[in-house]
Write a protein that binds this ligand. Structure first.
Ligand SMILES: O=P(O)(O)OC[C@H]1O[C@H](O)[C@H](O)[C@@H](O)[C@@H]1O
Length: 528
């Protein structure tokens, strides 16, 4: 296509949202009108599915749950007055609590103000808060946030040592919708011990964000934590940024959560329009479908050209991959669906992997996120008449063009500025696009059966560890790994047993491996 035709195509497909100042450009995806027409009936169904979901249909059939994240930003849409009231009350509770912390009405036992937050959570209970903190927290927030989003002991140590003596003024948010995920539970127990080691009463520093009656809720109640903020079963973890999960940490950091909700609401209104061309989420879903042939054949590379949006790709990775990565469709047919998502930021990545994007295996489409405002205030000149922001913009445009010239497609999303409204809108845009795409390919976007398999396998390994230690304690002599496996009644698990023992040995946990470490089968194992 020559430059003039491309300019025409750009204008023909450009979506602009006036209220948000947001542009979506899919002109560099090489679909034609016949393709769009071929998807019309699938889209009719997607619009109808979405309408039913918003009215409270059981959109997550195997978990028998409603899917209601859209109600969070427009409680009037909630399917019952009780739900509406719950949403409104929780929001008020969040604002009141954040306010009390900011004014010092809620304060640590021996100090007048909280200064820091440790946010403990994983997956949907971490990625949204992390993304939003990076994107929106002011340079000098009322409270500095630190995240524990893993069960990595060294990672936990790092957070605790960076906080140091400020533990006495650190508020702890334990975020877990289910209240039973092992990683945040471990983080909570370790942090609790850190408070105890400094003679601080953990309960006076702790807040739970969890579903009513979850294990975490029960712990918080019985220990008398500062407060518990509810999370609802009709909000999925990966769409929970605008529930208590995301809003409480954001409010505590001084982020305008009403503006986030407003931006999302505005985008929700725009993505409710039952017309592909006038609906930005439909345009995204259409582009994804086109690129990957409705089978995820191409990866989504997300490149925000703005440092503060660095974590958007990580956030989207969960939203897209946990929602769309499914073995079976809604009819039980094996389909192996999904779209792989990765990316960091531009132009930084141009000096890393963009080489492959330009010239290597063409198994992706790019999503470039452009922010029109370079910075607050004027920019100094780098060269006469040229600023750093001009470079950033030039690199974005250049990459888009260079990719296109080599038959690599791209989408560009443009926002005027990174602020609470536009971030809320971006989150809502992608939530809806994922919902539409799931309808197009006929899968349940709202469950995650695959995650359970990994959790069960991990639990089985921890059980095995107990059995192995028992064998060593009972036998009281050096044994080979296969002898241990036999005595533990787990002969087929011999390799896992070797790895468990090697880990215990490396951490001075009383297990000694003797022999040639390159020949695991010849090692003997004893307790020291
Ligand atoms: O908030 P939680 O219940 O602790 O869940 C945290 C995360 O872990 C699970 O394994 C799910 O796969 C995620 O969707 C979820 O966000």
């Amino acid at each position: 296509m020559d430059a003039k035709a491309l300019w025409q195509r750009y204008q023909e497909w450009l979506y602009y949202h006036e209220g948000l100042g947001l542009y979506l450009d899919i002109s560099r995806m090489r679909f034609d009108n016949a393709f769009v027409e071929s998807l019309q009936s699938k889209f009719d169904k997607a619009f109808a599915d979405m309408d039913a979901l918003e009215k409270g249909a059981i959109a997550n059939p195997d978990e028998n749950r409603m899917v209601g994240h859209y109600w969070l930003r427009n409680p009037d849409l909630a399917p019952s007055p009780e739900l509406k009231q719950e949403i409104v009350q929780t929001l008020e509770q969040i604002e009141a609590f954040a306010d009390q912390v900011h004014t010092g009405a809620v304060h640590p036992p021996k100090e007048s103000r909280f200064t820091d937050i440790i946010s403990i959570g994983i997956g949907g209970s971490a990625l949204g808060p992390q993304f939003v903190a990076e994107a929106l927290a002011p340079d000098f927030p009322p409270l500095n946030i630190h995240f524990i989003d893993n069960t990595d002991p060294a990672g936990i140590d790092r957070v605790l040592s960076s906080i140091g003596d400020k533990l006495a003024t650190t508020l702890v948010l334990v975020i877990s919708k289910s209240g039973g995920t092992p990683e945040p539970r471990n983080g909570m127990i370790e942090v609790k011990k850190a408070y105890a080691a400094k003679n601080l009463d953990f309960a006076k520093y702790a807040v739970a964000i969890t579903s009513t009656d979850s294990n975490l809720d029960k712990v918080a109640q019985s220990e008398g934590w500062l407060t518990t903020v509810p999370m609802y079963d009709w909000v999925g973890g990966r769409t929970s940024e605008m529930s208590s999960v995301g809003l409480l940490p954001a409010a505590l950091q001084g982020i305008d959560i009403r503006a986030m909700l407003d931006g999302a609401k505005e985008m929700d209104d725009a993505t409710r329009v039952a017309n592909i061309k006038n609906n930005p989420a439909a345009l995204l879903a259409l582009s994804w479908y086109f690129s990957g042939n409705g089978k995820g054949e191409k990866d989504m590379v997300v490149l925000p050209y703005k440092d503060s949006l660095l974590l958007f790709s990580r956030y989207l990775q969960q939203l897209v991959m946990e929602s769309l990565g499914k073995e079976q469709d809604l009819d039980g047919k094996t389909v192996y669906q999904g779209i792989a998502v990765y990316g960091n930021k531009g132009s930084t990545d141009q000096h890393a992997y963009v080489q492959q994007l330009r010239e290597g295996v063409p198994n992706f489409f790019a999503t470039l996120i452009e922010v029109l405002e370079d910075r607050q205030g004027a920019s100094p000149e780098i060269d006469p008449g040229v600023t750093s922001g001009d470079y950033l913009s030039g690199f974005l445009l250049g990459t888009r063009q260079a990719l296109y010239e080599n038959n690599r497609d791209s989408i560009t999303v443009t926002i005027p500025q990174v602020n609470a409204r536009t971030v809320g809108a971006l989150i809502a845009l992608y939530e809806r696009a994922v919902g539409f795409y799931a309808s197009l390919v006929n899968i349940n976007a709202y469950h995650q059966p695959g995650v359970e398999a990994g959790k069960k396998a991990a639990a089985a390994i921890l059980d095995l560890q107990q059995k192995v230690i028992k064998v060593l304690q009972t036998e009281k002599k050096a044994l080979s790994i296969s002898e241990i496996a036999d005595k533990a009644g787990a002969a087929e698990q011999v390799e896992a047993i070797y790895k468990i023992l090697r880990h215990l040995h490396a951490n001075n946990r009383g297990v000694v491996l003797t022999g040639d470490l390159s020949k695991p089968g010849n090692l003997t194992v004893s307790l020291d």
